[in-house]
Design a protein around this ligand. Structure first.
Ligand code: SAM
Length: 340
């Protein structure tokens, strides 16, 4: 005997059918999403475990549009270029009340605590210095991160041997880093202040380089801002201060504004350093990607060349508006980047 459904009964079945379908669709969607997120996790993990280069690339390729624009905004319009011959005296007046920091050094209360020379650096005599000085023949070098002056002194010696009259500005707060005293106990400390700056001055005096090297003893960002305000332009910038991603990112971005248009070269140490999940390498590659530059590895250093003026005009700049205007589709610049 067939079941006779009235109008009300048919509606009831139809409703049940629709509910069933909706439930099934929901189930399938959630299953699909779960599979997708598992894939993501596995993709990330496999990159991390198997290929650090891929990891670095993927980390340097975030969806730029979705990031707060402040992360990419480094507004520096530096003053008009100051004449090179005036840079030294400008800085002496601005920072040292017009008196050279080397004058009358060391004072009697400091002298007993200094060694005639106490120089220690890391990769501070690598071939990259020789190669780049020969390529650029710089008149002005800015160094971010000097410590006891090993790399600055090495560059000054090279420039002398090339008969150049290079001025090297050494930006460093001369505080080292927390814990540096484990290895540098011999550097005297008073009231919690290690005599790093004093020993640096002493090293420069002992190597007869006071006419070539001038300290700018402040934090990197504040010192760069001052140089930019004064219109001081560098032919070469060495980045070797703090080695976490954010510090390197800020240093590279701010300092880029100091490079002399068309000719400048920026380079830095610890390209492969694992600290902060390869923070230095990530910062360099993200910057290169935004600017459309090529990262050239050189030993444990990285090098970025400023494009020529005309190329610079058409290149990508680290400005979110440029990202939005569709100019960011510059391809990842392949390098011979290899991790040891
Ligand atoms: C690795 S050492 C530099 C070594 C030097 N380039 C050499 O090869 O001889 C790093 C230096 O950066 C300085 N430094 C780190 N962060 C800094 C910051 N935010 N501002 C100024 N100096 C900083 C430290 O005081 C330290 O002397």
């Amino acid at each position: 005997m067939g079941i006779q459904l009235g109008n009300g009964g048919r509606k009831h079945w139809l409703l049940l059918l629709l509910l069933g379908l909706a439930f099934f669709a929901g189930l399938m969607t959630s299953l699909f999403l779960n599979i997708q997120s598992c894939k993501e996790v596995f993709r990330d993990r496999s990159a991390e475990v198997e290929d650090p280069v891929l990891l670095l690339k993927s980390q340097a390729e975030p969806d730029l549009k979705s990031l707060p624009s402040d992360l990419f905004t480094f507004h520096y319009t530096c003053s008009e270029a100051a004449p090179l011959a005036e840079v030294r005296s400008m800085l002496l007046n601005e920072i040292f009340d017009g008196v050279s920091p080397f004058e009358g050094f060391p004072p009697p209360h400091v002298a007993p605590f200094l060694r005639k020379q106490r120089i220690k650096g890391w990769g501070s005599k690598d071939k990259v210095f020789d190669d780049l000085l020969k390529e650029v023949r710089p008149q002005l070098i800015v160094e971010l991160g000097t410590f006891l002056g090993a790399s600055a002194i090495h560059m000054a010696n090279i420039s002398q041997s090339m008969k150049l009259q290079t001025l090297i500005l050494c930006i460093d707060d001369f505080r080292g880093w927390p814990g540096f005293r484990h290895t540098f106990k011999d550097i005297h400390q008073e009231h919690g202040q290690a005599m790093l700056y004093h020993q640096f001055l002493q090293n420069v005096i002992a190597t007869n380089l006071t006419h070539t090297i001038l300290p700018v003893p402040f934090s990197t960002t504040s010192a760069i801002a001052k140089l930019c305000d004064l219109g001081i332009q560098a032919d070469m910038i060495e980045v070797d201060a703090a080695h976490d991603f954010h510090s390197a990112w800020a240093d590279i971005n701010w300092a880029w504004a100091l490079l002399r248009p068309g000719v400048g070269i920026m380079f830095g140490h610890d390209y492969y350093l694992r600290a902060d999940n390869r923070g230095v390498g990530r910062a360099v590659h993200l910057f290169a990607r935004l600017k459309g530059l090529h990262v050239q590895p050189h030993g444990s250093h990285w090098i970025l060349r400023r494009p020529s003026l005309s190329a610079a005009r058409s290149s990508v700049v680290s400005d979110p508006n440029h990202v939005r205007s569709g100019k960011r589709n510059r391809r990842w610049q392949e390098t011979s980047f290899k991790y040891p």
